[in-house]
Design a protein. Structure first.
Length: 463
Protein backbone atom coordinates (compact mmCIF):
# COMPACT_ATOMS: atom_id res chain seq x y z
CA UNK A 1 0.00 0.00 0.00
CA UNK A 2 2.77 2.46 0.89
CA UNK A 3 4.45 1.93 -2.48
CA UNK A 4 1.23 2.19 -4.49
CA UNK A 5 -0.49 5.08 -2.74
CA UNK A 6 0.26 8.42 -4.42
CA UNK A 7 0.24 10.11 -0.99
CA UNK A 8 3.61 8.54 -0.33
CA UNK A 9 5.17 8.89 -3.78
CA UNK A 10 3.85 11.87 -5.80
CA UNK A 11 5.49 15.33 -5.49
CA UNK A 12 4.28 17.01 -2.31
CA UNK A 13 3.43 20.33 -3.95
CA UNK A 14 1.33 18.64 -6.60
CA UNK A 15 -0.47 16.57 -3.96
CA UNK A 16 -1.22 19.62 -1.84
CA UNK A 17 -2.71 21.40 -4.83
CA UNK A 18 -4.80 18.35 -5.67
CA UNK A 19 -6.23 18.05 -2.17
CA UNK A 20 -6.27 21.72 -1.10
CA UNK A 21 -8.10 23.27 -4.06
CA UNK A 22 -11.30 21.23 -3.65
CA UNK A 23 -11.01 21.61 0.13
CA UNK A 24 -10.88 25.39 -0.27
CA UNK A 25 -13.89 25.34 -2.55
CA UNK A 26 -15.71 23.13 -0.04
CA UNK A 27 -14.97 25.55 2.81
CA UNK A 28 -15.98 28.52 0.68
CA UNK A 29 -19.36 27.05 -0.15
CA UNK A 30 -19.88 26.14 3.51
CA UNK A 31 -19.26 29.78 4.46
CA UNK A 32 -21.77 30.74 1.76
CA UNK A 33 -24.55 29.15 3.79
CA UNK A 34 -24.15 31.89 6.40
CA UNK A 35 -23.16 34.73 4.09
CA UNK A 36 -26.06 34.17 1.69
CA UNK A 37 -28.55 34.17 4.55
CA UNK A 38 -27.00 37.39 5.90
CA UNK A 39 -27.24 39.05 2.47
CA UNK A 40 -30.88 38.22 1.74
CA UNK A 41 -32.03 38.76 5.32
CA UNK A 42 -30.20 42.10 5.45
CA UNK A 43 -31.90 43.24 2.26
CA UNK A 44 -35.40 42.25 3.45
CA UNK A 45 -35.72 41.81 7.22
CA UNK A 46 -32.91 44.22 8.08
CA UNK A 47 -30.46 44.58 10.98
CA UNK A 48 -32.76 42.77 13.44
CA UNK A 49 -32.74 39.70 11.19
CA UNK A 50 -28.96 39.76 10.87
CA UNK A 51 -28.65 40.14 14.63
CA UNK A 52 -30.91 37.08 14.98
CA UNK A 53 -28.64 34.93 12.81
CA UNK A 54 -25.73 36.08 14.96
CA UNK A 55 -27.53 34.80 18.07
CA UNK A 56 -28.05 31.50 16.24
CA UNK A 57 -24.40 31.25 15.25
CA UNK A 58 -23.12 29.72 18.54
CA UNK A 59 -25.55 26.82 18.16
CA UNK A 60 -24.63 26.13 14.54
CA UNK A 61 -20.95 26.39 15.48
CA UNK A 62 -21.47 23.75 18.18
CA UNK A 63 -22.80 21.41 15.48
CA UNK A 64 -19.76 22.17 13.34
CA UNK A 65 -17.51 21.32 16.31
CA UNK A 66 -18.94 17.80 16.54
CA UNK A 67 -18.80 17.45 12.76
CA UNK A 68 -15.08 18.23 12.73
CA UNK A 69 -14.41 15.96 15.71
CA UNK A 70 -15.69 12.88 13.93
CA UNK A 71 -14.99 14.03 10.36
CA UNK A 72 -11.35 15.08 10.69
CA UNK A 73 -10.74 12.63 13.54
CA UNK A 74 -12.06 9.74 11.44
CA UNK A 75 -10.13 10.90 8.36
CA UNK A 76 -6.88 11.15 10.34
CA UNK A 77 -7.39 7.69 11.84
CA UNK A 78 -8.14 6.27 8.40
CA UNK A 79 -5.05 7.80 6.75
CA UNK A 80 -2.69 6.96 9.61
CA UNK A 81 -3.72 3.30 9.50
CA UNK A 82 -3.67 3.13 5.70
CA UNK A 83 -0.14 4.55 5.78
CA UNK A 84 0.82 1.86 8.29
CA UNK A 85 -0.78 -0.83 6.07
CA UNK A 86 -3.74 -1.71 8.38
CA UNK A 87 -6.73 -1.50 6.02
CA UNK A 88 -9.18 -3.29 8.34
CA UNK A 89 -8.64 -0.89 11.20
CA UNK A 90 -8.75 2.07 8.82
CA UNK A 91 -12.26 1.11 7.68
CA UNK A 92 -13.46 0.92 11.27
CA UNK A 93 -12.59 4.61 11.64
CA UNK A 94 -14.71 5.43 8.60
CA UNK A 95 -17.74 3.39 9.64
CA UNK A 96 -17.72 4.52 13.26
CA UNK A 97 -17.45 8.15 12.17
CA UNK A 98 -20.46 7.84 9.87
CA UNK A 99 -22.59 6.37 12.65
CA UNK A 100 -21.57 8.91 15.27
CA UNK A 101 -22.02 11.90 12.96
CA UNK A 102 -25.68 11.14 12.26
CA UNK A 103 -26.56 9.83 15.74
CA UNK A 104 -25.07 12.80 17.61
CA UNK A 105 -26.73 15.15 15.12
CA UNK A 106 -30.14 13.73 15.97
CA UNK A 107 -29.47 14.07 19.70
CA UNK A 108 -28.32 17.70 19.39
CA UNK A 109 -31.33 18.65 17.24
CA UNK A 110 -33.83 17.19 19.72
CA UNK A 111 -32.22 18.65 22.85
CA UNK A 112 -31.80 22.17 21.48
CA UNK A 113 -35.38 22.20 20.10
CA UNK A 114 -36.66 21.43 23.61
CA UNK A 115 -34.66 24.19 25.32
CA UNK A 116 -34.35 26.74 22.51
CA UNK A 117 -36.13 29.67 24.14
CA UNK A 118 -34.26 29.42 27.47
CA UNK A 119 -30.96 29.11 25.60
CA UNK A 120 -31.58 32.27 23.56
CA UNK A 121 -32.67 34.14 26.67
CA UNK A 122 -29.51 32.94 28.43
CA UNK A 123 -27.50 34.30 25.50
CA UNK A 124 -29.03 37.72 26.34
CA UNK A 125 -30.83 37.95 23.00
CA UNK A 126 -32.36 41.47 22.76
CA UNK A 127 -36.14 41.52 23.06
CA UNK A 128 -36.60 42.84 19.52
CA UNK A 129 -34.33 40.12 18.09
CA UNK A 130 -35.69 37.10 20.02
CA UNK A 131 -38.70 36.24 17.80
CA UNK A 132 -36.54 36.34 14.66
CA UNK A 133 -33.93 34.05 16.25
CA UNK A 134 -36.57 31.52 17.36
CA UNK A 135 -38.22 31.52 13.93
CA UNK A 136 -34.86 30.92 12.20
CA UNK A 137 -33.49 28.24 14.52
CA UNK A 138 -36.67 26.14 14.78
CA UNK A 139 -36.20 25.28 11.12
CA UNK A 140 -32.38 25.19 11.03
CA UNK A 141 -32.28 22.53 13.75
CA UNK A 142 -34.23 20.12 11.51
CA UNK A 143 -31.22 19.92 9.22
CA UNK A 144 -28.57 19.30 11.89
CA UNK A 145 -28.19 15.49 11.39
CA UNK A 146 -27.92 15.98 7.63
CA UNK A 147 -25.41 18.83 7.72
CA UNK A 148 -23.23 16.91 10.19
CA UNK A 149 -23.18 13.74 8.08
CA UNK A 150 -22.57 15.75 4.92
CA UNK A 151 -19.77 17.85 6.47
CA UNK A 152 -18.05 14.99 8.28
CA UNK A 153 -18.55 12.67 5.33
CA UNK A 154 -16.78 15.17 3.07
CA UNK A 155 -13.63 14.82 5.20
CA UNK A 156 -13.80 11.02 4.97
CA UNK A 157 -14.32 11.18 1.21
CA UNK A 158 -11.29 13.45 0.79
CA UNK A 159 -9.23 11.06 2.93
CA UNK A 160 -10.21 8.27 0.53
CA UNK A 161 -8.49 10.17 -2.29
CA UNK A 162 -11.54 11.88 -3.82
CA UNK A 163 -11.17 15.58 -2.97
CA UNK A 164 -13.25 16.76 -5.92
CA UNK A 165 -16.20 14.58 -4.96
CA UNK A 166 -15.83 15.93 -1.42
CA UNK A 167 -16.08 19.42 -2.84
CA UNK A 168 -19.14 18.48 -4.88
CA UNK A 169 -20.98 17.40 -1.72
CA UNK A 170 -20.74 20.87 -0.23
CA UNK A 171 -20.96 22.82 -3.50
CA UNK A 172 -24.25 21.21 -4.53
CA UNK A 173 -25.91 22.19 -1.27
CA UNK A 174 -24.52 25.73 -1.37
CA UNK A 175 -25.71 26.35 -4.92
CA UNK A 176 -29.16 25.02 -4.00
CA UNK A 177 -29.16 27.30 -0.95
CA UNK A 178 -28.41 30.42 -3.01
CA UNK A 179 -31.18 29.67 -5.52
CA UNK A 180 -33.73 28.75 -2.86
CA UNK A 181 -32.80 31.75 -0.69
CA UNK A 182 -33.53 34.06 -3.60
CA UNK A 183 -36.89 32.37 -4.26
CA UNK A 184 -38.06 31.96 -0.67
CA UNK A 185 -36.81 35.27 0.77
CA UNK A 186 -36.78 37.76 -2.12
CA UNK A 187 -39.64 36.45 -4.27
CA UNK A 188 -41.98 34.66 -1.86
CA UNK A 189 -41.31 36.97 1.09
CA UNK A 190 -40.91 34.18 3.66
CA UNK A 191 -38.29 36.12 5.64
CA UNK A 192 -36.35 34.24 8.32
CA UNK A 193 -38.27 31.01 7.74
CA UNK A 194 -37.51 31.12 4.01
CA UNK A 195 -33.78 31.55 4.62
CA UNK A 196 -33.78 28.66 7.09
CA UNK A 197 -35.76 26.32 4.81
CA UNK A 198 -33.39 27.07 1.92
CA UNK A 199 -30.42 26.20 4.12
CA UNK A 200 -31.92 22.91 5.35
CA UNK A 201 -32.87 21.74 1.84
CA UNK A 202 -29.35 22.45 0.64
CA UNK A 203 -27.95 20.44 3.53
CA UNK A 204 -30.19 17.46 2.76
CA UNK A 205 -28.98 17.47 -0.85
CA UNK A 206 -25.32 17.53 0.26
CA UNK A 207 -25.96 14.69 2.68
CA UNK A 208 -27.53 12.49 0.00
CA UNK A 209 -24.56 12.96 -2.33
CA UNK A 210 -22.12 12.15 0.49
CA UNK A 211 -23.97 8.98 1.52
CA UNK A 212 -23.88 7.65 -2.05
CA UNK A 213 -20.07 7.83 -2.01
CA UNK A 214 -19.59 6.58 1.54
CA UNK A 215 -21.23 3.28 0.68
CA UNK A 216 -19.06 2.98 -2.42
CA UNK A 217 -15.75 3.73 -0.70
CA UNK A 218 -12.62 3.18 -2.84
CA UNK A 219 -10.34 1.78 -0.15
CA UNK A 220 -12.82 -0.92 0.82
CA UNK A 221 -16.55 -1.45 1.21
CA UNK A 222 -18.17 -0.15 4.40
CA UNK A 223 -19.81 -3.13 6.11
CA UNK A 224 -22.32 -3.31 8.95
CA UNK A 225 -19.55 -4.29 11.37
CA UNK A 226 -17.72 -1.06 10.53
CA UNK A 227 -20.81 1.01 11.38
CA UNK A 228 -21.23 -0.59 14.81
CA UNK A 229 -19.62 1.81 17.32
CA UNK A 230 -16.48 0.41 18.96
CA UNK A 231 -15.40 2.28 22.09
CA UNK A 232 -11.67 2.24 21.36
CA UNK A 233 -12.19 3.49 17.77
CA UNK A 234 -14.66 6.20 18.80
CA UNK A 235 -12.33 7.33 21.59
CA UNK A 236 -9.30 7.51 19.27
CA UNK A 237 -11.36 9.33 16.66
CA UNK A 238 -12.39 11.92 19.24
CA UNK A 239 -8.77 12.29 20.34
CA UNK A 240 -7.64 12.91 16.77
CA UNK A 241 -10.48 15.35 16.21
CA UNK A 242 -10.21 17.02 19.61
CA UNK A 243 -8.19 19.99 18.35
CA UNK A 244 -10.81 20.96 15.78
CA UNK A 245 -13.66 20.19 18.18
CA UNK A 246 -12.27 22.31 20.98
CA UNK A 247 -11.36 25.10 18.58
CA UNK A 248 -14.98 25.30 17.42
CA UNK A 249 -16.27 24.87 20.96
CA UNK A 250 -14.03 27.73 21.97
CA UNK A 251 -15.59 29.77 19.19
CA UNK A 252 -19.01 29.09 20.72
CA UNK A 253 -17.88 30.42 24.09
CA UNK A 254 -16.18 33.43 22.52
CA UNK A 255 -19.19 34.16 20.31
CA UNK A 256 -21.46 34.14 23.33
CA UNK A 257 -19.04 36.42 25.19
CA UNK A 258 -18.70 38.67 22.14
CA UNK A 259 -22.48 38.91 21.84
CA UNK A 260 -22.71 39.83 25.53
CA UNK A 261 -20.05 42.50 25.03
CA UNK A 262 -21.64 43.88 21.86
CA UNK A 263 -25.01 44.16 23.57
CA UNK A 264 -23.73 45.53 26.90
CA UNK A 265 -21.18 48.02 25.60
CA UNK A 266 -23.37 48.84 22.61
CA UNK A 267 -26.00 50.13 25.03
CA UNK A 268 -23.38 52.51 26.44
CA UNK A 269 -22.48 53.84 22.99
CA UNK A 270 -24.34 55.85 20.37
CA UNK A 271 -24.92 52.69 18.33
CA UNK A 272 -27.27 50.89 20.73
CA UNK A 273 -27.22 47.09 21.26
CA UNK A 274 -28.62 45.88 17.92
CA UNK A 275 -26.14 47.55 15.52
CA UNK A 276 -22.91 46.27 17.19
CA UNK A 277 -24.49 42.82 17.51
CA UNK A 278 -25.32 42.75 13.80
CA UNK A 279 -21.91 44.18 12.76
CA UNK A 280 -20.00 41.71 14.94
CA UNK A 281 -21.81 38.76 13.38
CA UNK A 282 -21.32 40.00 9.84
CA UNK A 283 -17.57 40.55 10.29
CA UNK A 284 -17.16 37.08 11.80
CA UNK A 285 -18.89 35.54 8.79
CA UNK A 286 -16.97 37.66 6.29
CA UNK A 287 -13.74 36.54 7.93
CA UNK A 288 -14.96 32.97 7.50
CA UNK A 289 -14.55 33.46 3.74
CA UNK A 290 -10.87 34.28 4.28
CA UNK A 291 -10.46 31.45 6.78
CA UNK A 292 -12.02 29.10 4.22
CA UNK A 293 -8.79 29.36 2.22
CA UNK A 294 -6.53 28.81 5.23
CA UNK A 295 -8.61 25.94 6.63
CA UNK A 296 -9.03 24.41 3.17
CA UNK A 297 -5.26 24.34 2.71
CA UNK A 298 -4.90 22.86 6.20
CA UNK A 299 -7.42 20.15 5.41
CA UNK A 300 -5.75 19.46 2.07
CA UNK A 301 -2.49 18.97 3.94
CA UNK A 302 -4.05 16.51 6.44
CA UNK A 303 -4.14 13.26 4.40
CA UNK A 304 -0.65 13.90 2.99
CA UNK A 305 0.89 14.56 6.40
CA UNK A 306 -1.00 11.68 8.06
CA UNK A 307 -0.10 9.06 5.47
CA UNK A 308 3.58 10.00 5.31
CA UNK A 309 3.84 10.16 9.10
CA UNK A 310 2.41 6.63 9.23
CA UNK A 311 4.88 5.59 6.52
CA UNK A 312 7.75 7.32 8.43
CA UNK A 313 8.59 9.62 5.50
CA UNK A 314 9.33 12.60 7.71
CA UNK A 315 10.93 14.81 5.07
CA UNK A 316 7.68 14.75 3.10
CA UNK A 317 5.72 15.58 6.26
CA UNK A 318 7.86 18.66 6.92
CA UNK A 319 7.77 19.77 3.31
CA UNK A 320 3.99 19.70 3.00
CA UNK A 321 3.66 21.82 6.14
CA UNK A 322 6.09 24.47 4.90
CA UNK A 323 4.42 24.72 1.50
CA UNK A 324 0.99 25.00 3.14
CA UNK A 325 2.31 27.70 5.49
CA UNK A 326 3.62 29.77 2.58
CA UNK A 327 0.23 29.50 0.82
CA UNK A 328 -1.64 30.53 3.97
CA UNK A 329 0.54 33.58 4.45
CA UNK A 330 0.03 34.84 0.88
CA UNK A 331 -3.73 34.49 1.26
CA UNK A 332 -3.67 36.15 4.69
CA UNK A 333 -1.88 39.22 3.35
CA UNK A 334 -4.38 39.56 0.48
CA UNK A 335 -7.32 39.27 2.90
CA UNK A 336 -5.79 41.89 5.19
CA UNK A 337 -5.42 44.37 2.33
CA UNK A 338 -9.05 43.89 1.25
CA UNK A 339 -10.47 44.22 4.77
CA UNK A 340 -8.45 47.35 5.49
CA UNK A 341 -9.18 49.02 2.12
CA UNK A 342 -12.88 48.33 1.55
CA UNK A 343 -14.61 48.06 4.96
CA UNK A 344 -17.62 50.29 4.22
CA UNK A 345 -18.25 48.56 0.89
CA UNK A 346 -18.18 45.16 2.60
CA UNK A 347 -20.66 46.24 5.28
CA UNK A 348 -22.90 47.90 2.71
CA UNK A 349 -23.60 44.53 1.12
CA UNK A 350 -25.57 43.43 4.18
CA UNK A 351 -28.01 46.31 4.66
CA UNK A 352 -30.57 48.34 2.74
CA UNK A 353 -29.25 51.89 2.25
CA UNK A 354 -32.64 53.48 3.01
CA UNK A 355 -32.92 51.69 6.36
CA UNK A 356 -33.13 53.67 9.57
CA UNK A 357 -29.73 54.38 11.19
CA UNK A 358 -27.92 53.13 8.08
CA UNK A 359 -25.14 55.70 8.61
CA UNK A 360 -24.56 54.47 12.17
CA UNK A 361 -24.49 50.90 10.94
CA UNK A 362 -21.83 51.72 8.31
CA UNK A 363 -19.79 53.74 10.80
CA UNK A 364 -19.83 50.95 13.38
CA UNK A 365 -19.25 48.23 10.80
CA UNK A 366 -16.30 50.03 9.21
CA UNK A 367 -14.62 50.38 12.60
CA UNK A 368 -15.30 46.72 13.41
CA UNK A 369 -13.88 45.58 10.07
CA UNK A 370 -10.62 47.53 10.27
CA UNK A 371 -9.81 46.82 13.91
CA UNK A 372 -10.78 43.15 14.02
CA UNK A 373 -8.78 42.38 10.87
CA UNK A 374 -5.76 44.51 11.89
CA UNK A 375 -3.44 41.48 12.11
CA UNK A 376 -5.22 39.19 9.66
CA UNK A 377 -1.93 38.75 7.78
CA UNK A 378 -0.72 36.31 10.48
CA UNK A 379 -4.00 34.47 11.07
CA UNK A 380 -3.16 31.54 8.81
CA UNK A 381 -0.47 30.20 11.13
CA UNK A 382 -2.54 28.95 14.09
CA UNK A 383 -5.21 26.81 12.31
CA UNK A 384 -2.58 25.21 10.08
CA UNK A 385 -0.37 24.35 13.05
CA UNK A 386 -3.26 22.83 14.98
CA UNK A 387 -4.40 20.66 12.06
CA UNK A 388 -0.82 19.59 11.34
CA UNK A 389 -0.23 18.32 14.87
CA UNK A 390 -3.47 16.34 14.77
CA UNK A 391 -2.65 14.95 11.33
CA UNK A 392 0.67 13.49 12.50
CA UNK A 393 -0.93 11.81 15.53
CA UNK A 394 -0.16 14.46 18.16
CA UNK A 395 -3.69 15.45 19.17
CA UNK A 396 -2.69 16.90 22.56
CA UNK A 397 -0.40 19.46 20.92
CA UNK A 398 -2.97 20.17 18.23
CA UNK A 399 -5.62 20.68 20.88
CA UNK A 400 -3.46 23.09 22.86
CA UNK A 401 -2.69 25.18 19.78
CA UNK A 402 -6.38 25.23 18.83
CA UNK A 403 -7.26 26.67 22.25
CA UNK A 404 -4.67 29.47 22.23
CA UNK A 405 -6.47 32.09 20.15
CA UNK A 406 -10.05 31.59 21.33
CA UNK A 407 -9.90 30.47 24.95
CA UNK A 408 -6.44 31.19 26.36
CA UNK A 409 -6.09 34.67 24.86
CA UNK A 410 -9.24 36.09 23.24
CA UNK A 411 -11.82 35.24 25.91
CA UNK A 412 -9.90 36.88 28.81
CA UNK A 413 -9.02 39.86 26.62
CA UNK A 414 -12.66 40.21 25.59
CA UNK A 415 -13.53 40.65 29.25
CA UNK A 416 -10.58 42.76 30.37
CA UNK A 417 -9.88 45.15 27.49
CA UNK A 418 -13.28 46.92 27.43
CA UNK A 419 -12.87 47.62 31.15
CA UNK A 420 -9.34 48.94 30.59
CA UNK A 421 -10.47 51.19 27.73
CA UNK A 422 -13.29 52.65 29.83
CA UNK A 423 -10.94 53.19 32.77
CA UNK A 424 -8.77 55.42 30.59
CA UNK A 425 -11.71 57.37 29.18
CA UNK A 426 -12.33 55.31 26.03
CA UNK A 427 -15.36 53.27 24.95
CA UNK A 428 -15.89 49.67 25.99
CA UNK A 429 -17.01 48.73 22.48
CA UNK A 430 -13.57 49.77 21.18
CA UNK A 431 -11.83 47.59 23.76
CA UNK A 432 -13.97 44.68 22.60
CA UNK A 433 -12.78 45.20 19.02
CA UNK A 434 -9.08 45.53 19.88
CA UNK A 435 -9.12 42.27 21.86
CA UNK A 436 -9.15 40.37 18.55
CA UNK A 437 -5.81 41.49 17.00
CA UNK A 438 -4.04 41.16 20.36
CA UNK A 439 -5.24 37.55 20.62
CA UNK A 440 -4.20 36.94 17.00
CA UNK A 441 -0.64 38.05 17.71
CA UNK A 442 -0.24 35.94 20.85
CA UNK A 443 -1.70 32.82 19.21
CA UNK A 444 0.64 33.13 16.21
CA UNK A 445 3.70 33.38 18.47
CA UNK A 446 2.73 30.29 20.48
CA UNK A 447 1.97 28.32 17.28
CA UNK A 448 5.39 29.08 15.81
CA UNK A 449 7.15 27.97 18.99
CA UNK A 450 5.12 24.75 19.18
CA UNK A 451 5.76 23.79 15.55
CA UNK A 452 9.49 24.36 15.97
CA UNK A 453 9.37 21.91 18.88
CA UNK A 454 7.42 19.35 16.82
CA UNK A 455 9.95 19.54 13.98
CA UNK A 456 12.87 19.00 16.35
CA UNK A 457 11.41 16.28 18.58
CA UNK A 458 8.61 14.46 16.75
CA UNK A 459 9.83 14.51 13.15
CA UNK A 460 13.44 13.43 13.42
CA UNK A 461 14.54 12.35 9.96
CA UNK A 462 16.10 8.90 9.92
CA UNK A 463 19.71 8.73 8.81
Amino acid sequence: MQKENILGTAPVGKLLRKFAVPSIVSMLVISLYNIVDQFFIGQTVGALGNAATNMAFPITTLCLAVTLAFGIGGASGFNLNMGAGDRKKAMKFVGNSVTMLFAVGVVIAIIVQLILNPVLVFFQTPEKVLPYAVEYLRVILLGVPFVMLAGGGAHLIRADGSPWYSMACNASGAVANVILDYLFVMKFGWGMTGAAVATVLGQVLSCGIAVIYLFNFKADKILLKHLKPQFSIVLRTMQLGAAQFLNQLAMVLVQVAANYSAIYYGKLSKYGPEIPLACSGIIIKVLMIYFSFCIGISQGMQPIASFNKGAKKYDRVKKVFLIALACNEVISIIAWIIMQTFPSQIMGLFAESSAKDFHLYIECGTKFCRIVSALAFINGIQPLSSTFCTAIGKPAKGTFISLTRQIIFWLPLLIVMPIVFMHFGGEGIDGMMYSTPVADALAAIVSILMIRSVFKKDLKTEA
